[in-house]
Design a protein around this ligand. Structure first.
Ligand code: ZN
Length: 341
C-alpha cells in the first residue's frame, strides 16, 4: 500500500477508509494569498483528489514573507499566483489534479465552478467582504459547505458554514467584528495566518472524511501576540427571513447588479478594473504598441506590465487590469481607458 499517507491513516478518525474518501474529494480554494497557499499545500499533501484554485493577482516581493508556496523567482517573473501555486503544488504531490484559474472570483465564475465542477468544500482565502458574500450565496444555493477564515495583524477567526444547518455569513454579519483594522493599516504576521489555516484545514478534513460530529460548530477567534482565545456559539443568529439561507432565498450577491467592475485592492495601493465584456489580447502585440509610444512594457505569457511614471499598469489577457500607485478609482479608470479604450 501507499506509504505516503501512512501517518495520516494511523490517525484513527481518518484511517484507511477516510484516506480513501479524501482521495476522491474536490476542494475549491478562493484566493491564493497567505491563507490560500497554506490551505492548498496542506490539502495537497493530505492527498485530496482534486483542487481548484482561483486568484486574480500575481506574485510580488511583499508576498514572500507569508505566502508559503512562492519563491523569489516567481516575484521576479510576476507570475500569476494561480500559476505559480499550481507549479509548486504539482511538485509536492503529482497525484492531485489541480486546476488553476487566473481571474476574479465573481458570481458568474463561482456559479460556473459550483455547477460544473461540484466541489465538496469551499475554503475562503479571500481578503474582501464582497467575495465572501458571493461565496456564501453560492454555498447556500448549491448546498456546498464553506469554511470562513480571516486574519489581520496577530488576530484571526474562522467558522464553518453548513448550508441548511448553521447560520450563514449573511446571518452572522452583526456578530462579526465590523470595520477594525485591515491589512492596509495593521500588517500581518505569518503565525496568525498559519493558525487560521490550521483551523480551516482541520475542519475541511473532517468534512471530507464525513466526520460531521467532530466539526467545531463555534466561531473561533484568537490573537497569537496578545494571548487571547474565544470560541462562541452562534446557532441562535440564524434568521428565517435571511435572503441567502432563509425560507425564500434571493441570493442577492449572485445578481448582476451586485457585481462591481472596479475594486480597490486590500493593502495594495492598487485598483482593479474589469471591462464589461471579456477581451482576448495578444499580449506581445499589445507590448509593441506601448513600446512604440516610448513606454517600458514587459510581457510574460499571462500578463503585461507597463511602467507609467508613478503608476504601474498591469493588463491580463482577458482585459482585466490592475493599476498600482493609486487608491483612486477615477484615476485608475482614466489610465485604463486612455490606453485600452
Ligand atoms: Zn443566512
Amino acid at each position: 500500500m501507499n506509504e505516503r499517507y501512512s501517518r495520516q491513516q494511523l490517525f484513527a478518525p481518518i484511517g484507511k477508509e477516510g484516506q480513501q474518501r479524501i482521495s476522491i474529494k474536490h476542494v475549491l480554494i478562493v484566493g491564493a494569498g497567505a491563507l490560500g497557499t497554506g490551505s492548498a499545500e496542506a490539502l495537497v499533501r493530505a492527498g485530496i483528489g482534486q483542487l481548484t484554485l482561483i486568484d486574480r493577482d500575481y506574485v510580488e516581493w511583499s508576498n514572500l514573507q507569508r505566502q508559503q508556496l512562492y519563491s523569489e523567482e516567481d516575484a521576479k517573473q510576476r507570475l500569476p499566483k494561480a500559476i505559480a501555486a499550481k507549479q509548486r503544488l504539482e511538485r509536492i504531490n503529482s497525484d492531485v489534479s489541480i486546476q488553476a484559474i487566473i481571474g476574479d472570483a465573481n458570481a458568474e465564475e463561482l456559479e460556473r465552478i459550483a455547477s460544473e465542477l461540484k466541489p465538496d468544500v469551499i475554503i475562503d482565502a479571500t481578503d474582501n467582504f464582497e467575495t465572501r458574500m458571493t461565496i456564501n450565496d453560492v454555498s447556500c444555493k448549491y448546498r456546498i459547505p464553506w469554511i470562513y477564515g480571516a486574519c489581520v495583524g496577530s488576530y484571526g477567526l474562522s467558522y464553518t458554514f453548513l448550508p441548511g444547518e448553521t447560520p450563514c455569513f449573511q446571518c452572522l454579519l452583526e456578530t462579526l467584528p465590523a470595520g477594525g483594522p485591515t491589512c492596509d493599516t495593521a500588517g500581518i504576521i505569518s503565525p496568525a495566518v498559519q493558525m487560521v489555516v490550521a483551523y480551516q484545514v482541520a475542519e475541511a478534513l473532517k468534512l471530507l472524511v464525513g466526520d460531521k460530529s467532530s466539526l467545531r460548530r463555534k466561531l473561533v477567534s484568537f490573537d497569537v501576540w496578545n494571548n487571547q482565545y474565544a470560541a462562541i456559539r452562534v446557532d441562535q443568529v440564524k434568521k428565517s427571513h435571511c435572503p441567502s439561507c432563509g425560507q425564500h432565498p434571493t441570493y442577492p450577491y449572485l445578481s448582476y447588479e451586485m457585481q462591481t467592475k472596479t475594486a480597490v485592492l486590500c493593502g495594495r495601493d492598487s485598483v482593479q478594473i474589469r471591462p464589461a465584456t471579456k477581451r482576448d489580447y495578444d499580449l506581445q502585440e499589445l507590448a509593441q504598441l506601448f513600446l512604440r509610444q516610448g513606454l517600458v512594457a514587459e510581457a510574460n505569457p499571462y500578463l503585461l506590465s507597463v511602467s507609467l511614471g508613478d503608476y504601474r499598469f498591469v493588463i491580463f489577457q482577458d482585459g482585466r487590469a490592475l493599476i498600482h500607485g493609486t487608491k483612486d478609482i477615477q484615476t485608475a479608470k482614466t489610465i485604463y481607458y486612455r490606453y485600452l479604450g
